[in-house]
Write a protein that binds this ligand. Structure first.
Ligand code: ADP
Length: 355
């Protein structure tokens, strides 16, 4: 069958994540190698609406896999959620003969990809989000780098906490998921980790800290996920001091964790996702997101991935499951169970060995 794709578009949308550039490079090189031209769309869906494009060559992207941020810039665009905005986006695709789009971002970006797909522009989503909050995929592009950035910051804080016999509370990103917090909490030897997915026993933390201090422990790290709200971590600092008498400082690295040089794991995962996205698009697949399941890079229908996400977060709405077969619902439950089991195990280890 002759390939119907002569030119494809690529964009990055929503919150940026280290590794997005490796996806851009991979998509560009894979597509050009198959004789397909690549158009970079600048600033996510707003670039599509406002006709901001940059044709990409292999030379343009040859070394961008090592850069943080996104070479194509990112934006949030409410106009794209309207039918009028959507039609402007489609007009841009028609004007430049863009036959399909690869959209890198989070679940909002995938919703946009579905809206374009059902209006005749085939789209494939690739995860680009540091929070690892795409239930469909075991890992997401940017997650590994974000965790390593937090780990390096936390190690530096540990040094100075140890010198001064202090505690440091670190609030890490993760609006909808506590993955960064539990993974880095373990890596940093945190005495406590607070995440929105689990009830947090402050009294148990204070007791543990007092016992450890009595045992000669000088420094303490407590990691809090952003999802609990800024007031939670800031008031925890005061509560720790009041309950334990241990001097406690607060750090919120915030967007520092979104930037920086992507790790090897992120670069290579991103590169594999990009190549898979091109393969799927040129095979005629649309309205799917590229995911990693048990170390295999595969694809999943976006509508399945979005409802799966709601199931995992206990946010299913009436009728959400109606479009799916019994087997698909079972599959969703299995994925949710796997993820919850992983999260529970991590959480237990952190709490067992935290000191
Ligand atoms: P992320 O992709 O990281 O989840 P957002 O939720 O901000 O980030 O979504 C990114 C962009 O995707 C939005 O600014 C908007 O342009 C588009 N988008 C989000 N939700 C929808 C939707 N329901 N329909 C169409 N486009 C959407």
């Amino acid at each position: 069958m002759e390939n119907k794709f002569r030119r494809i578009g690529i964009l990055t949308s929503g919150g940026d994540a280290p590794g997005m550039n490796a996806v851009i490079k991979s998509v560009t090189c894979a597509a050009i190698s198959k004789g397909v031209e690549v158009i970079g769309i600048l600033g996510g869906y707003s670039g599509l609406i406002n006709d901001r494009i940059r044709p990409l060559t292999k030379n343009d992207v040859a070394d961008i896999q090592s850069l943080g941020g996104t070479y194509l810039y990112s934006d949030r665009c409410d106009e794209f959620k309207t039918e009028e905005g959507m039609q402007k986006a489609i007009a841009t695709c028609k004007k430049h003969n863009i036959d399909g789009i690869i959209a890198i971002g989070g679940d909002g970006t995938f919703r946009g990809a579905t809206d374009l797909s059902i209006r005749g522009i085939p789209c494939i989503g690739v995860s680009g989000t540091i929070d690892n909050d795409i239930t469909a995929s075991d890992i997401t592009v940017g997650y590994d780098t974000a965790m390593n950035t937090v780990m390096k910051l936390g190690d530096a804080l540990r040094d100075t906490c140890e010198s001064h016999a202090r505690c440091n509370v670190i609030e890490v990103m993760g609006r909808n998921a506590g993955y960064i917090a539990i993974e880095t909490g373990l890596a940093l030897g945190a005495i406590g980790v607070a995440v929105q997915e689990k009830p947090f026993d402050k009294e148990a933390l204070f007791k543990k800290m007092k016992e450890a201090r009595a045992n000669g422990r000088r420094s303490f790290i407590v990691v809090v996920a952003e999802g609990l709200g800024g007031e939670f971590s800031e008031s925890l600092v005061k509560e720790i001091e009041a309950a334990t008498g241990i001097e406690t400082r607060f750090v919120r690295p915030a967007h520092i964790v979104r930037g920086g040089t992507p790790t090897l794991a992120d670069r290579n995962f991103a590169s594999k996702c990009g190549a898979k996205a091109v393969e799927k698009l040129l095979d005629g697949v649309s309205d799917v997101v590229i995911v990693s399941r048990h170390d295999e890079i595969t694809s999943m229908e976006i509508k399945f991935a979005l409802i799966l996400d709601r199931m995992y977060k206990n946010k299913l709405k009436d009728g959400d499951l109606e479009k799916f077969s019994e087997a698909q619902i079972e599959e969703m439950k299995k994925i949710c169970d796997e993820r919850r089991k992983y999260f529970d195990e991590m959480y237990n280890v952190v709490n067992t060995i935290g000191y």
